[in-house]
Design a protein around this ligand. Structure first.
Ligand code: UD1
Ligand code: CA
Length: 482
């Protein structure tokens, strides 16, 4: 493609969102609205991207530069119309050759391939102005494409300025226009604001070109939703659902089994391998990557996680976790950032992990908290174990070696080291290092205070039950005798 400049308009207020967050920054499918538009624009590989910012530009400007560091920001202090906005953008570029594409920042379904096809059509036809148009059932609110008796494009009339007859036209201006840069630079200062809104309409350029005998035309997009904008949160949810539907459908076509597409949410940057299975109620967010044959769900949310080949993740909430090949997680696990589970390892039921490296084949099967820990390969952690990593002031680390067997209901008071092949008894509170191969037990030997319930709980059901049981013995102890 020859010299292409894309201007993205993002100065409008978006007051119908009723939000302290600027409209185009609202997210869907893991990116802001403008993030989706900029991604589509970048797919065109244009020479320059200019964004016109105004309302809440202290939020919008840095966000744009985060996503496209070499974007040019043009500031429109007062929103005086799309023609005014584009004039400011052209002034900021100070360059008038090639093709200029104007797009809006609130059309998150827009695809790079559509922009590319539109630009190619515009350039091939050597037009001064091209309209990306669409045919819609309900054209209310849109600018209508006016055609002469030969069917050639004459201009665009806005809803408020249209006659009743013109309002019947259902070919609309999507808002995306392509220009010959020299024509645009020449036409912008000639646009007036004598219309129902008192605004400078970019769409008036179509009439100006036509009057000068220059080529104008429209290129219709079949998939009109790509150019739909979200003005309030209801439309945002509608577009979000549609975008998700498109993403989920694309993954199914790429070989992913999705049992219930309607309850499955996959964000734009997620990557899935063939033969992944997603069960109902699964949300895959951020930069999550899932390997072949893994089964995720039901009711699982994973953000920025890496799931290995053949892993099984059931009813789990995870963030920034790396799960190895063939490993199993859940049901009811909470994987916090820094969790790493080795291949064929297990993080089981009601287990919370954070900053924990759990080795190959190692298991934390039941009811445990594992924070700031390293667990060696093949080790089994007993049910109900707490890695006590926080002393109220600082966090400390626990290291458990390879092939260790720790008992149920243990507390590991960090910093502490349990050696390779070591064991701990049930209920052990490990405060000191356990050498390799040792068995650690804590608490004294068990003491039974005979008849304690009879003397200390006299008159209760407990005491009665104890008395009955003891009295039925062949040789009742003296504590029972009256
Ligand atoms: C515009 C088009 C209309 C088209 C419709 C498609 C004009 C005059 N009309 O109408 O033909 O059918 O889009 O949605 O162009 N903006 C600025 N600065 C401004 C004015 C607008 O940055 O001074 C931005 C807005 O933030 C918005 C976009 O431009 O993203 C469109 O502006 P808006 O006022 O919503 O135009 P519409 O009335 O929808
Ligand atoms: Ca609009």
């Amino acid at each position: 493609m020859r010299d292409v400049t894309v201007i993205v308009l993002a100065a409008g207020g978006g007051t119908r969102m009723r939000s302290k967050t600027m409209k185009v920054l609202h997210p869907l499918a893991g990116r802001s609205m403008i993030g989706h538009v900029l991604a589509a624009v970048q797919e065109m590989e244009p020479h320059r991207i200019v964004a016109v910012v105004g309302n809440q530009r202290e939020q919008v400007g840095p966000h744009i530069l985060d996503l496209v560091p070499d974007a040019i920001l043009a500031v429109q202090e007062e929103q005086r119309g799309t023609g005014h906005a584009v004039r400011i953008a052209m002034d900021a570029v100070g360059h008038t050759a090639g093709t200029v594409i104007v797009a809006y920042a609130d059309t998150p379904l827009l695809k790079g391939e559509s922009l590319r096809a539109f630009a190619a059509n515009h350039e091939a036809a050597q037009r001064a102005v091209s309209i990306l148009s669409g045919h819609v059932v309900n054209p209310f609110g849109y600018g209508r494409v006016l055609r002469d008796t030969d069917g050639d494009v004459e201009g665009i009339v806005e809803e408020k300025d249209a006659s009743d007859e013109q309002r019947e036209i259902n070919e609309i201006n999507s808002g995306i226009l392509a220009f010959d840069a020299e024509f645009l630079a020449d036409a912008l200062p000639r646009i007036g604001n004598d219309n129902a809104n008192g605004e400078y309409y970019l769409t008036d350029t179509v009439r100006l070109a036509r009057d000068a005998g220059l080529a104008v035309g429209a290129f219709a997009i079949d998939d009109v939703m790509q150019t739909e904008g979200a003005n309030d949160r209801v439309q945002l949810a509608d577009l979000g659902r549609e975008l998700n539907h498109r993403i989920v459908t694309a993954w199914m076509r790429a070989g992913v089994t999705v049992m219930d597409p309607a309850s499955t949410w996959i964000e734009a940057d997620v990557v899935l391998a063939e033969d992944v299975t997603l069960l109902p109620g699964t949300q895959l967010l951020g930069a999550t990557v899932v390997g072949e044959d893994a089964v995720i769900g039901p009711d699982t949310t994973l953000k920025d996680c890496e799931i290995g080949v053949g892993a099984r993740i059931v009813r789990t909430h995870g963030e920034l976790a790396v799960i190895g090949e063939g490993a199993t997680v859940g049901p009811f696990a909470y994987l916090r950032p820094g969790t790493q589970l080795g291949s064929r390892g297990k993080i089981g039921t009601f287990v919370e992990t954070k900053n924990a490296q759990i080795g190959e084949g190692a298991k934390v099967p039941h009811l445990s908290y594992v924070g700031d820990a390293e667990i060696g390969e093949g080790t089994n952690i007993g049910a109900g174990t707490i890695f006590a990593n926080y002393d109220g002031v600082a966090k400390h680390r626990t290291v458990v070696g390879r092939h260790a067997r720790t008992g149920s209901d243990n507390t590991f008071v960090a910093p502490v080291h349990i050696g390779d092949g070591a064991s701990t008894g049930a209920g052990t509170v490990v405060r000191r290092d356990v050498p390799p191969g040792a068995l650690a037990v804590s608490g004294g030997a068990q003491r039974n205070l005979e008849g304690w319930a009879l003397s200390r709980r006299a008159g209760t059901q407990q005491a009665k039950a104890a008395r009955d049981a003891l009295a039925s013995q062949d040789d009742p102890p003296s504590v029972v005798a009256d």
